[in-house]
Design a protein around this ligand. Structure first.
Ligand SMILES: Cc1ncc(COP(=O)(O)O)c(C=O)c1O
Length: 472
């Protein structure tokens, strides 16, 4: 078995006699490239995956710390998922959703609606998270047009947010660097503060910080006018912004403010849904809110097929059906909406979550959080935070100033490089390391993961001291 695996890893590295990394440098454009290396970049080659592990092009086995991109929830090489994709492709690989339909998409919609909070009853599937957010926003625009409120289109988003890479979804992004060189529909978006407790004003209590955030939201609505604001879009836990867990009660109060002002609340659960916080959806089960729409992607197929979607409230759909414009068309649909292979694998993935993976996640999550938290002993670490199987280690120059900028900016990348040597793939984010392993991770594997991370950070501290960049 081991020999067969090694062979496959080698085959993946060699493409038509050439080295895959060399071919990529000559022909492949990889996501989020810098201008200076666009189309000419060597990234770590991954040959294969198994459970929580991946193997790089040199045959080195690594713990997949970010579970791909927060998505390989039930782990790599899951035979049942592979088989269901094969079976569905052999039965029906594709049908046009324009004027036909397939059974897996209808069953998936029913099963997803069964897990969704409030009156979220209908599902529109897309190709991933960006197209899910884009769909939710275009639906909001259509809904307000049909209601005769064409001026009610502005969107509230927040600092630290990440909602995608299509034009409108990307316009909502609020992380440092994301928008510096990119255009956006800025005239449609209003940015509010990130609900990041770690970065709240010095000396402010958590309760006062929550009041500040809610007041800012209400003041903005009052200043701009509720009649101009169509939607608020927010991740329950800001994921790529550094696993920002909002203060208690904040999401509920924002939800109520949206309801009071007829602003649609879109909960972007592209990361948090399908198990990451121990439930299929976190909005209701973890945060006690019932949004008007929930967007999802990633974990819905455990990353085995590119699929996303938006769940929409029955109330909104009913309003459209009863409108004065029953013929107005929601001119929106993707070739791969309701893709039968994607929906079939999502159904099997949901079986696996329901049959044990969710319960396992809820069981190991407190251990994962407690073990990660021990890294706060290291002087380079300003804070370790997280929820469920999402964690973030934020490095700072010193805890007093919490300044990430006095350090070499890419301290996360330095830690990742050491961890790679030691057998762990990390998701580096400027001065942060984000950890979101496959949900099937065991306690022993959590110990391995945290042990390697500790050593990777220690080695990074040594390097920084040697270079004279840091004196911690
Ligand atoms: C919260 C959130 N929304 C949307 C997206 C975009 O999803 P995708 O990359 O599948 O288009 C992401 C991707 O990381 C995300 O984290």
């Amino acid at each position: 078995m081991a020999a067969a695996r090694d062979l496959r890893a080698t085959e993946t590295a060699e493409v038509g006699g050439a080295d895959a990394v060399e071919l990529a440098k000559r022909h492949l454009i990889q996501p989020w490239p810098f201008a200076g290396s666009v189309g000419a970049e060597a990234r770590a080659l991954i040959g294969e995956g198994d459970g929580i592990y991946i193997t790089d092009g040199t045959g080195k086995r690594l713990i997949d710390g970010p579970a791909g991109m927060w998505c390989v929830n039930v782990g790599h090489r899951h035979e049942e998922l592979a088989k269901v994709m094969y079976d569905q492709a052999m039965a029906l690989s594709y049908n046009t959703p324009w004027y036909t339909m397939n059974a897996p998409s209808a069953e998936l919609a029913m099963r997803i609606a069964g897990h969704a909070p409030g009156d979220l009853s209908h599902v529109f599937t897309t190709t991933g998270g960006s197209s899910a957010v884009e769909t939710a926003l275009r639906f909001m625009q259509f809904y307000n047009n049909v209601r005769g409120r064409p001026e009610k289109k502005l969107i509230l988003s927040r600092g630290g947010a990440y909602h995608g890479s299509t034009y409108l979804s990307a316009s909502l992004n609020g992380r440092p660097r994301d928008r510096d060189w990119m255009d956006g529909a800025d005239e449609l978006v209003i940015k509010l503060s990130s609900p990041d407790p770690f970065r709240r004003p010095r000396g402010m209590s958590l309760a006062a910080f929550t009041d500040f955030l809610v007041d800012q939201f209400r003041d903005t609505v009052a200043r701009v006018g509720a009649e101009k604001i169509g939607a608020f879009v927010g991740e329950p836990v800001q994921a790529s912004g550094g696993v920002v867990v909002p203060p208690d009660g904040y999401l509920k109060r924002i939800r109520e403010t949206c309801r009071d002002n007829d602003i649609l609340y879109v909960s972007d659960e592209v990361v948090t849904a399908f198990g990451r916080l121990g439930h299929v959806f976190a909005s209701g089960d973890v945060f006690g809110i019932d949004p008007d729409m929930i967007t999802f992607a990633k974990g819905v197929t455990s990353g085995y097929f590119p699929l996303g979607g938006v769940i929409i409230s029955e109330r909104l759909l009913e309003e459209l059906r009863r409108s004065n414009h029953p013929d107005a068309m929601f001119g929106h649909g993707l070739t791969y909406t309701s893709h039968p292979v994607g929906c079939a694998v999502a159904l099997k993935n949901l079986d696996l979550l329901e049959e044990g993976v969710l319960a396992h996640t809820r069981e190991v999550a407190p251990y994962f959080q407690a073990q990660l938290k021990t890294l706060e002993e290291l002087p380079l670490v300003g804070e370790v935070r997280g929820l469920g199987l999402m964690g973030c280690v934020e490095c700072v120059a010193d805890r007093e100033s919490k300044d990430p900028l006095q350090l070499d900016k890419d301290v996360g990348k330095r830690i990742d490089a050491h961890c790679h040597e030691l057998g762990l793939l990390v998701r580096p984010l400027i001065n942060m390391c984000v950890m979101s392993p496959p949900l099937v991770i065991t306690r022993e594997q959590i110990d391995d993961m945290v042990g390697i991370l500790r050593e990777g950070i220690s080695r990074t501290m040594d390097d920084l001291r040697k270079e004279g960049v840091w004196r911690g």
